[in-house]
Write a protein that binds this ligand. Structure first.
Ligand code: KIV
Ligand code: NA
Length: 271
């Protein structure tokens, strides 16, 4: 299989082919998504919520992100793998951003890094891309700023659209190859998509972006609880796993598992 590369994303935008993405946090799920033909996998810091049980993305560390990113990068044979730089690991300076990005490239062997922000991190994005590391940006609702944004609020409505466009322009200027638009009105996302030469990826930003991305545990019903309205549930893995677990427990309790065929006979050892 041929690896997806950054040029595939620009080509997809040019040819009008939609780009598909999912988050992934471990090798087992990444292997399945990769076999199914997903274009890119994002090792999102949403791992803080869905894998580590935190209420926000803020507490997850670089080391935790690198461990998960490495497992995804090792499992994906075709998909392009992007890792999130976690909160606090890049904001301080372009040098800090590059240093953290380099750690992800060396220790996790991902293909690109992602960070949140537009104009405010233009220099950070430029520093990383000039060192040869592809950068995916992320604007609109940016979970690492959720305390400042006042919770999960749609961004870029009304007059705020102009700032969002300014952020998008800064990201393109800085050399990013991809930009995620999260929880942005459909028309504003369409405007950004039309104006930028780099592809836009929608996370609740409507159908006119160049691609779509969701948190896999939401989309496939693995995590429980409320999901945003832009999530379409393609499976109910939590129900499947719960029912299978109940069957497993009842088989053990009834001594119906394991059978003789599922056990080892005492025959002489082979040489
Ligand atoms: O962490 C994440 O999963 C993300 C995407 C949802 C954009 O940043
Ligand atoms: Na993220």
């Amino acid at each position: 299989v041929k690896r997806v590369r950054t040029r595939h994303f620009s080509r997809a935008k040019r040819d009008g082919h939609k780009i598909s993405g999912l988050t992934a946090y471990d090798a087992a799920s990444a292997q399945i998504f990769d076999q199914a033909g997903i274009d890119f996998l994002l090792v999102g810091d949403s791992a803080a919520n869905v894998m580590l049980g935190y209420d926000t993305t803020l507490p997850i560390s670089v080391n935790e992100m690198i461990t998960m990113s490495r497992s995804v990068a090792r499992a994906a044979k075709r998909a392009f793998v992007i890792a999130d730089l976690p909160f606090g690991s890049y904001e301080i300076s372009p040098e800090q951003a590059l240093e953290t990005a380099v750690r992800f490239m060396k220790e996790a062997e991902v293909h690109a890094v992602k960070l949140e922000g537009g104009v405010a991190v233009e220099g950070h994005i430029r520093r990383i891309t000039e060192s040869g590391i592809p950068v995916c940006a992320h604007i609109g609702f940016t979970p690492q700023s959720e305390h400042n944004l006042g919770g999960h609020v749609i961004q870029g409505r009304g007059d705020a659209a102009e700032q969002l466009l300014e952020d998008a322009r800064a990201i393109e200027r800085a050399g990013a190859f991809l930009v995620v638009l999260e929880m942005v009105p459909t028309d504003v996302a369409a405007q950004v998509t039309a104006e930028l030469s780099i592809p836009t990826i929608s996370v609740g930003a409507g159908p006119h972006c160049d691609g779509q991305l969701t948190v896999w545990t939401d989309t496939f019903g693995y995590s429980q609880g409320r999901v945003p309205k832009f999530v379409r549930k393609y499976a109910n893995l939590a129900d499947i796993l719960r029912e299978a677990t109940e069957q497993y427990i009842s088989d053990i309790q009834a001594s119906a598992y394991p059978s003789a065929a599922e056990s080892y006979e005492n025959v002489p050892p082979e040489h």
